[in-house]
Design a protein around this ligand. Structure first.
Ligand code: SF4
Length: 355
C-alpha cells in the first residue's frame, strides 16, 4: 500500500472526507425521490448496513421539493444529484441538502452556474464535480471517434478547468469524480487528476453492469487506486438494489485493510485432486449460517492435510479435511476429529462459542 494522497478536508454534513479521515462508503437510492416514504425507507435500510452518505436523483421540481422532508427523516448526509436544470441545484441547496453533485459540462448557462456556486458558498454546501465519459462524449462530439486516451485527457482537462472556474469565485469546497465504465481509463483519469489538485476524490466505475461483472470491475478499479493511496470516498455501482453496493464497498476496503472487518472472514481453499470431502457444499453451508455478529474472526475451511493445517491453525476456527473427516482447530490448537457429516454444525457451534 502506498501512502495516502494529501487532500484538503471537506465536510459532507457530519461526515468528513479527505485528509486522514476514513474512506467513506456511499450509495445512491434507486427509488423515485418524490416518493418520500419509499426513499426514506430505503435510505434507512442502507444506514443500517453502514452506508455513510446517500445520494438521490433530483430530476424534477417535485423531487427537489421533497429533499427537506427526506433530510429530516434520515441520519446520514443527503446529496442531490442534478443534471441540466440549474434551478434544481438552487432548489436543492435551499432545501438543505448536505452536498450537490453536478456535471458543469451539462450546465451550459454560465451565469446560472455561477449562481449555484455562490449559493453553495453562502450555505456552506460542498459540490462534487462529477464528470463521466458519457457526458464528455455527448457534449464534445470530437471525442466520439477518439480513443480512450483522448477521452481521459479531455475529462481531466475539463475537470481542472471547472475547478479553476469555481476557485475564481472563491469556492474550494469541492470533491471530484472522473468515472468511466472502462477500468484502465478510470484508473488513468484518477491518477492524472490526483497529481494536479488537492481535492478529495470520489471513486467509482460508472455503469459497471450487473453485480457479477461490476464487482470485478469495481474491485480492480477502485481497489487499485486505493492501494496507490488515491481516493477518499467510494460508490460501487451495481445494477439493482443499492444494498449490495454498500456491502461490496466495505469488502473492498476490508480486503485492503482500510476498514475493520464488519463480518467474519471465511477462508477456503479452491480444492484439488487431494480433497476427499465435499468442500464446496460445506463452505456454502457455513457461509450461509455464519453468525454475522462475530466481526473480524477468521474461519478457514481447507480440503486436505497437505496445505490445510497451516491455514486452519492460523484462523480463529479452522478445519483441515481428510478422507470423509476433518481435524478441527481452535486458536491454533487441534481440538478434535469431526466426521464430514458433522462439519458444518461443529464449525458453527465453535464459532458461536467464540467470545
Ligand atoms: S488445501 Fe489441499 S485440497 Fe485444498 S487446494 Fe490445497 S492441496 Fe488442494
Amino acid at each position: 500500500m502506498e501512502n495516502r494522497r494529501k487532500t484538503r478536508i471537506i465536510n459532507i454534513g457530519s461526515v468528513q472526507i479527505g485528509g486522514d479521515s476514513k474512506i467513506a462508503v456511499q450509495s445512491m437510492a434507486n427509488t423515485h425521490t418524490q416518493d418520500v416514504d419509499a426513499t426514506v425507507r430505503q435510505i434507512k435500510e442502507l444506514e443500517e448496513i453502514g452506508c455513510q452518505i446517500i445520494r438521490v436523483a433530483v430530476p424534477t421540481a417535485e423531487a427537489a421539493k421533497c429533499l427537506s422532508e427526506i433530510k429530516k427523516r434520515i441520519n446520514i448526509p443527503l446529496v442531490a444529484d442534478i443534471h441540466f436544470v440549474h434551478q434544481l441545484a438552487l432548489d436543492a441547496i435551499e432545501n438543505g441538502v448536505d452536498k450537490i453533485r453536478i456535471n458543469p459540462g451539462n450546465m451550459k448557462d454560465k451565469a446560472m452556474l455561477e449562481k449555484i456556486i455562490l449559493s453553495a458558498k453562502n450555505k456552506g454546501v460542498p459540490i462534487r464535480i462529477g464528470v463521466n465519459s458519457g457526458s464528455i462524449r455527448e457534449f464534445d462530439p470530437n471525442t466520439e471517434n477518439g480513443d480512450h486516451e483522448d477521452m481521459v485527457d479531455l475529462m481531466v482537462n475539463s475537470t481542472l478547468q471547472y475547478c479553476e472556474h469555481f476557485e475564481s469565485l472563491g469556492f474550494k469546497d469541492i470533491v471530484v469524480s472522473l468515472k468511466t465504465s472502462d477500468v484502465p481509463s478510470t484508473i488513468r483519469a484518477y491518477k492524472m487528476i490526483a497529481n494536479q489538485c488537492d481535492y478529495p476524490l470520489h471513486l467509482g466505475i460508472t455503469a459497471a453492469g450487473p453485480p457479477s461483472l461490476a464487482s470485478v470491475k469495481s474491485a480492480v478499479g477502485i481497489g487499485s487506486l486505493l492501494s496507490q493511496g488515491i481516493g477518499d470516498t467510494l460508490r460501487v455501482s451495481f445494477t439493482g438494489i443499492p444494498h449490495n453496493e454498500v456491502r461490496f464497498g466495505y469488502e473492498i476496503l476490508e480486503s485492503l485493510g482500510l476498514s475493520e472487518r464488519t463480518q467474519p472472514e471465511l477462508i477456503s481453499c479452491p480444492t484439488c485432486g487431494r480433497c476427499e470431502i465435499n468442500l464446496a457444499k460445506i463452505v456454502n453451508e457455513v457461509n450461509e449460517k455464519l453468525p454475522l455478529d462475530k466481526k473480524g474472526i477468521q474461519v478457514a475451511i481447507m480440503g486436505c492435510t497437505v496445505n490445510g493445517p497451516g491455514e486452519a491453525r492460523e484462523a480463529d476456527i479452522g478445519i483441515a479435511g481428510g478422507k470423509g473427516f476433518g481435524i478441527l482447530f481452535k486458536k491454533g490448537k487441534k481440538i478434535k476429529r469431526v466426521d464430514e457429516a458433522d462439519m458444518v454444525s461443529e464449525l458453527i457451534h465453535e464459532i458461536e462459542n467464540l467470545p
